[in-house]
Design a protein around this ligand. Structure first.
Ligand code: ADP
Length: 466
């Protein structure tokens, strides 16, 4: 079976969040298990700048028609860890950032039309696995492919859906207005890429079992996407993401000041704590816990809760280091400036993130919604106890200490306004008690890799490819 993953981002080339981790770690696992797997993604400027070697293998060049206008597209190829990566080069991706532009709807229309042409020209794939709104229209486009191709769409973040005007059904995607009129691609009075994927893919997945239920019950909103998903209930499954345990391994991680394992984590974490405090010029004479958050600073991630946690630092003689960027950056900065115990690193910094996971005692992830989340799994592997809300993948992967012997973290009720602060105070107190080591060890022993979950995907592919 030949599998093609269509995505807007993937490590080791371009990442803004969990999707980039997912594609790389999952595709590597499939390749290791002997499957024929490829990834197709845009050739961003950042890839040309940081990985110019991808331009060495020019695989193809083609044009495609977008409502009467011809769009040129180059295609480059590189094999990494057994996975074929294909990069589609178009002028619209030659910009500093991956996303966040006013014409993202048109940029990813170009990308999807490019993927459609690529698949038709190299007509060898059995399954095209799409991811999020940036690839949502591909399942419908591929219905016109001369050879039937099965499609899957995975919803990583339903808050982003790819809304655009109805006329673009025809003038960007060359699709008949019939698809809009019959409701397949229409949401309210707009064309919605994610809805299109949900309506037209052979199977739909999301990245945790709890998030599947949240979407089915519409318990978190998302502009009525639950009504759409319920129509596909029997084709909709939740499969929890795995973690890249090659990259995220405290025994080998090259970014740490000291590698450590479950046997020597106390000394290992202490050395990493001293190292990060020195790098950031912070005083290391405090006795309490080091808290951390490494995140997009957006409302979804519970940034207001992270801000409210700042007051607790003085009380418990602790410190908080936040690494993040996003639309709530200024708010976090203003509050951090009023709290000498808090330090904000205001950039995307992969290297420092590794060190901080290792250095800290507690990881804050008080998200309002979290389809899966990667950071809580990383932190548990690094012996950093997560403090999380009981939503989505956080509920599926972190076991509250109150649940008995298997506890790996602190899980609080998302809908109770005082629960986070109570949980934080309880965590601060536990820091001084021996029971905390039990939580740390349970977390470090957990199996967060892809092995088991990748098989769930393969079974799904097999169930549709006859
Ligand atoms: P999401 O995909 O919603 O952003 P995830 O928890 O699934 O959230 O993935 C976030 C990933 O991005 C984690 O690997 C985290 O360490 C990383 N990350 C987020 N912000 C930063 C940052 N400013 N610097 C370095 N890594 C970051």
């Amino acid at each position: 079976m030949k599998i093609l993953l269509a995505t807007s981002e993937a490590l080791p080339f371009a990442k803004s969040g969990g999707l980039g981790d997912f594609i790389y770690s999952y595709s590597k696992t499939l390749a290791k298990k002997g499957h024929d797997v490829s990834v197709v993604m845009p050739l961003y400027k950042v890839i040309r700048d940081k990985h110019p070697e991808v331009m060495n293998d020019h695989y193809d060049t083609f044009d495609f028609n977008m409502g009467g206008r011809m769009q040129g597209c180059g295609c480059f190829r590189q094999k990494v860890e057994g996975v074929n990566f294909y990069f589609l080069a178009m002028d619209r991706f030659d910009r500093d950032e991956l996303y966040g532009y006013g014409d993202d709807d048109e940029r990813f229309a170009c990308f999807q039309m490019g993927v459609n042409t690529f698949v038709t020209r190299h007509n060898e794939y059995d399954v095209v696995h799409c991811n999020d709104w940036q690839t949502g229209v591909i399942p419908l486009l591929l219905k016109y492919n001369p050879r039937p191709i099965k499609t899957i769409i995975t919803i990583h973040n339903p808050a982003f859906q790819g809304w655009t005007a109805r006329e673009h059904v025809g003038n960007w995607f060359n699709l008949d207005s019939f698809w809009y009129d019959n409701g397949t691609v229409r949401m309210g009075d707009c064309f919605n890429y994610l809805k299109t994927g949900i309506m037209t893919a052979d199977r739909i997945t999301t990245v945790s079992k709890t998030h599947r239920n949240e979407l089915m019950n519409d318990s978190l909103g998302f502009g009525g996407i639950g009504n759409v998903i319920r129509m596909r209930e029997n084709d909709f499954v939740g499969i929890v993401n795995g973690l890249d345990t090659d990259i995220w391994d405290p025994t080998t991680d090259p970014h740490l000041a000291k590698n450590y394992s479950i046997y020597d984590y106390k000394i290992g974490k202490r050395i990493n704590r001293d190292a990060i405090l020195e790098i950031l010029g912070m005083d290391n004479s405090f006795r309490g816990p080091l808290f951390s958050a490494i995140t997009r600073l957006s409302g979804q991630k519970g940034v207001d809760r992270i801000i409210s946690a700042m007051d607790e630092m003085k009380r418990c003689d602790g410190r908080l280091i936040v690494i993040g960027t996003g639309d709530m950056e200024n708010e976090v900065l203003m509050n951090a400036l009023n709290h000498p115990e808090v330090y904000l690193v205001r950039r995307y910094d992969e290297n420092l993130a590794h060190l901080l996971y290792a250095a800290s005692d507690y990881f804050l992830m008080p998200s309002y919604f979290e389809p899966c989340g990667t950071s809580q799994m990383i932190s548990m592997r690094y012996g950093t106890v997560p403090i999380v809300s009981n939503v989505g993948g956080l509920a599926d992967t972190v076991i509250d200490l109150g649940a008995g012997n298997n506890g790996t973290g602190f899980v609080f009720n998302n809908s109770d306004p005082s629960a986070f602060m109570n949980c934080l105070i309880s965590a601060s107190q536990h820091y001084y008690q021996p029971g905390i080591d039990h939580l740390i060890r349970n977390g470090m022993k957990g199996d967060y890799g892809w092995n088991r979950n990748a098989d769930e995907f393969v079974n799904l592919y097999n169930s549709i490819v006859k």
